[in-house]
Design a protein around this ligand. Sequence first.
Ligand code: ADP
Length: 475
Amino acid sequence: MSIFSVILKRLEPRVPAALLGDPDTRQRSLLAIGCAYSFAAVSLSLVPFMGSTAEGLLRLIPMVNTAASAALLLLTGPLLRRTRSLRVAGNWMTGLLFAGLTFALFSGGMVSAPFWGAMIVLPLLATVLAGRGSGVAWGVAVCATYMLVYALDRSGVTPTDLTPPGMRDQMTVLGAVASTVVVTIVVILADATHRDAIQKMQRTHDQLEDAIVERERAQLQAHEAVAANAAKSAFLATMSHELRTPLNAIIGYTELLIDDAAGSPDAARREELEDLRRIRGAGEHLLNLISDVLDISRIEASRMDMSPETFDLGALLEEVVALLEPLAEKRHNQLRARIAGALPRVHLDRARVRQVLVNVVGNALKFTERGEVVLSARRRAEPPGVTIEITDTGIGIPADKLEQIFQPFTQVDPSRTREYEGTGLGLAICRRLLEMMSGTITARSRVGEGSAFTIELPTAIAAPAVLTTPTRAAS
Ligand code: ADP
């Protein structure tokens, strides 16, 4: 780390944070603060020499003038912090030096004053600190001052020359040295801040490149994940299909054995009946789970198609109630259908609407005991469709779980799963199937009081009949 980097690091806290963001204002702010300190130091070092530019008490005038300039230069930092304007700070510094040097010209013998040439530094300083406009303005001001001094000198209007005759050469050399020092400081600080700005930009550029590489890697991983998800869904779809065939055979043969055993005069065979029914029950349960996995996999792999047909929705609702009546009785529930007026004929995938209703009403009966489940439906005018509501007086769902239950494999309380059975896939499948038919499903509930599921169905399926929204992984 070079000495200038160290100096700039020290100066940085003195620059207002608002000016540090942009590389250009950061560079010029550091330059302004650096110049202010350096010029103040140069001015202070000149104070003893200024004593020799006059005689007697008069020598106090250039000394106080130089010391006051140094003090006022040190105000540049606070001024920059207060105004946050480089133009103000740059012109403040240039103006101070201009005032000091004009005084030196007028009190030092006008055209022959020792500091005559020092003003040429001012346009350079104004440009690097406050911008090109200020540089031009100060260039004009300096030229005008030189011409004024010359004109006054020629017309004989010359204020008292404070410089003692013997000191003129010394003061001329001092003026040349001080001007050179100031220019050197400005140029070196400008170079240092410029390099610092380039380094900073290089670092930002490197970070940006790293970020781009990182983003590309993340995109690649996302593509791989999508491809892997599609492959997994395709695998699950195929596997589920392959499992269903032998499972159907097992259930079918068990049915035959049950029929045989039930009709057999052999008491030993009839005793097997209960075991055979258990095998059939377990087989059917497994078949349902596999059907759910097959459905969600097909949906995830965008391989689920809708087969719309025109049908009577009211008749379908009654069919669902009749189908689930035994389940209602098993758990001592009252299952009622309340259909308000005539429902319209709809053009939807009948099997999928039936699947959704069986799932939601089935859940209501599953999570309710000795209660009431009501399936109500009414025609909706705008947009045209049907609103179906399934309410129960069961265990209810906590408010923070109401949305989660529509995610695959999500159950309110997984520990209850064994008590109630299920995979947590049913509602996720329902929501996606309804989305494919431009329908929706939402839930309201109170723990311990019951739940209400609202299904909004359109009268006709909207084309295209495939799911277009991205879905979540089924694992
Ligand atoms: P599952 O096969 O586990 O029933 P679902 O996706 O159909 O899967 O339901 C997800 C979870 O939502 C259920 O496990 C249950 O915790 C909760 N749930 C669904 N319907 C009801 C309801 N009517 N009353 C209480 N909880 C319900």
